[in-house]
Write a protein that binds this ligand. Structure first.
Ligand SMILES: Cc1ncc(COP(=O)(O)O)c(C=O)c1O
Length: 255
């Protein structure tokens, strides 16, 4: 499979000039920062929340890179992994034209996000033992060359089982769009993360979250691991300060 990011991004995303925030233009921590219209005197609360947070969460990414065994430039952080799901659809799928392949029963948000973005679905049911129906999935890939994304949830919500590694690898081998392996529940499983295969598959995106095993759902922190090129596209699309300063600090606060 010849994967080209250029072929799967929506044309206007390729040429998009992203918003340059005040924090993009000045990286220091000292000063008054009148350009961001922050209140230099402090906050209404005893804690100081008056400064905008780092838009690219550099310190946090260094720590996550250490525990997840990926490079910081392979990490996108979202307001929950739900934000990454929506951004991946918006980056790649032209409404009413491109398609997304789903393998139900699976996490409901893929379908909701696709509907919000007006992107049609191709559904291939899992087998009765909740594994990927590989022949049917490969057939759907062949029949729908306009499919830009396939979501594979493993361990799967709601069935709880892991999907077979070899089946996912065969899909990664042939699918010309992005294969999104959602590992929201990976910490509850013995299986290693697909993130170890990032350098081998340029079309792989792995989703993880701090909402489940880490018990931090309220902080809203989700992760996407992928090639630096794909991560750069997600960074270009996201709202500038999508991860609050409180979240960036609290996630690592010792108990
Ligand atoms: C499979 C799966 N992926 C992603 C999410 C979204 O998690 P969050 O947005 O809290 O990171 C959930 C939440 O239930 C989930 O079950």
């Amino acid at each position: 499979m010849n994967f080209s990011l250029k072929n799967i991004l929506r044309p206007h995303i390729l040429t998009l000039t992203p918003y340059a925030s005040a924090r993009d233009e000045y990286e220091g921590t000292e000063g008054v920062f009148l350009d961001a219209n922050e209140n230099p005197l402090g906050s209404i609360t005893p804690e100081a929340y008056n400064r905008y947070p780092d838009p690219y969460q550099k310190e946090l990414k260094k720590k996550i890179a250490g525990i997840k065994d990926v490079r910081p430039e392979q990490i996108f952080l979202g307001n929950g992994s739900d934000e990454a799901i929506d951004l991946l659809i918006r980056a790649t799928c032209t409404p009413r034209t491109d398609k997304i392949i789903l393998l139900p029963p699976t996490y409901g948000m893929y379908e909701v996000s696709a509907s919000i973005n007006d992107v049609p679905l191709v559904k291939v049911l899992l087998t009765p033992d909740f594994q990927i129906d590989l022949p049917a999935t490969l057939q759907a890939i062949g029949e729908h060359p306009g499919a830009k994304l396939i979501f594979i949830c493993s361990p799967n919500n709601p069935t709880g089982n892991c999907l077979r590694t070899n089946d996912i690898m065969q899909i990664l081998d042939v699918f010309p769009g992005l294969v999104i392996v959602d590992e929201a529940y990976i910490d509850f499983s013995e299986e290693p993360s697909f993130a170890v295969r990032l350098d081998r598959f340029p079309n792989l995106v792995v989703l993880q979250t701090f909402s489940k095993a880490w018990g931090l759902a309220s902080l809203r922190l989700g992760m996407a691991f992928s090639s630096p090129e794909i991560i750069a596209v997600l960074n270009k699309l996201k709202p500038p300060y999508n991860i609050s300063g409180v979240t960036q600090q609290l996630v690592w606060k010792p108990p």
